[in-house]
Structure formats: structure tokens, C-alpha cells
Ligand binder design. Structure first.
Ligand code: ATP
Ligand code: MG
Length: 138
């Protein structure tokens, strides 16, 4: 089924000059980019984005991290794209991620794991609407 997902190159990925590397991998895997921009979130905006994690021990830290510098946010579109992109990213904990995945290759920490990807259609819709209006999606 054709669907959309939200991708973020997190502040560690941007500051370590991995924007090109991540986009190259998306294109090589035929994950089509239909919207893209660079943003810098405030702490409040990061908390709103990760509101599903409110109350978890890492919530404070991850929202501080996500608001620490610019991110690249993108909408990806295609057949089964939510699952396909999460496979390309690898597991949250890079030490458990499959070899060749973005997180296994580039993450330095369970928090500083370079990329974000929506985990369900419901969350993808919320996350895409959080950053993009329909007008901005090609
Ligand atoms: P994301 O939502 O960013 O794509 P994910 O779905 O693989 O990642 P989540 O469980 O949604 O993982 O966690 C969101 C983010 O919070 C993680 O990507 C990571 O940056 C951070 N995080 C998750 N678990 C931990 C943890 N145990 N300690 C520190 N940070 C964590
Ligand atoms: Mg998640």
C-alpha cells in the first residue's frame, strides 16, 4: 500500500555532515522524497513532537538533544515506506542494529542515532502534519 512517513536527520547527523550520506541512501533504496526543509526546534516544539514518550526516563534528554541544533525534516512516499525506511535506519540502539543500516554505521549513542522515522501510519500522519502543510508536499 502506498503510504507516507516522516524522516528526520537529527542534530548529530546535521552537525557531523551526514545530510548527503543519508539522502544518498534514501535515494538508493528508492524511497521518494516529496518534501524537505531544515528547521531548528525549540525545546517546547521537540516535546510536542515526542509527546508519545512523555513520562519516559529519556524524554527530557531526547527533547533537549532534538532542540540542540538544526534538523532536516522530510516526507518520504512509496509502497510500504514506513517499514522499508525503518529497516534502512536500523534498531534504536545502534549496537543492535543490522550491519549496513544508517544507525549501525553512523550512530554514536542510543540517543544520538542520526535519524528518526515514523513507526506507524497513525504516528506518520501526526508527525507529517506537525512540520508540513499539504501545500509543501510535492
Ligand atoms: P525515532 O522515534 O527517533 O525514530 P525509535 O522509534 O527507534 O526512534 P523510540 O523508542 O521512538 O525509538 O525513541 C525515540 C528516540 O529517543 C530514539 O531514537 C533515541 O534518540 C531516544 N531514546 C530511545 N530510547 C532511549 C534510551 N533508552 N536512552 C536514551 N535515549 C533513548
Ligand atoms: Mg519512535
Amino acid at each position: 500500500m502506498k503510504e507516507r512517513t516522516l524522516s528526520i536527520i537529527k542534530p548529530d547527523g546535521v552537525s557531523r555532515d551526514l545530510i548527503g550520506e543519508v539522502i544518498r541512501r534514501l535515494e538508493a533504496a528508492d524511497l521518494k522524497i516529496t518534501a524537505m526543509k531544515m528547521i531548528k526546534m525549540t525545546k517546547e516544539q521537540a516535546k510536542g513532537f515526542y509527546r508519545v514518550h512523555e513520562g519516559k526516563p529519556f524524554y527530557e534528554s531526547v527533547t533537549r538533544f532534538m532542540s540542540s541544533g538544526p534538523c532536516v525534516v522530510m516526507v518520504l512516499e512509496g509502497e510500504d515506506v514506513i517499514k522499508r525506511y525503518r529497516k534502512l535506519m536500523g534498531a534504536t540502539n545502534y549496537k543492535e542494529a543490522e550491519p549496513g543500516t544508517i544507525r549501525r554505521e553512523f550512530a554514536t549513542d542510543i540517543e544520538k542515532n542520526v535519524v528518526h522515522g515514523s513507526d506507524s501510519q497513525e504516528n506518520a500522519l501526526f508527525e507529517i502534519n506537525y512540520f508540513f502543510s499539504e501545500l509543501e508536499i510535492a
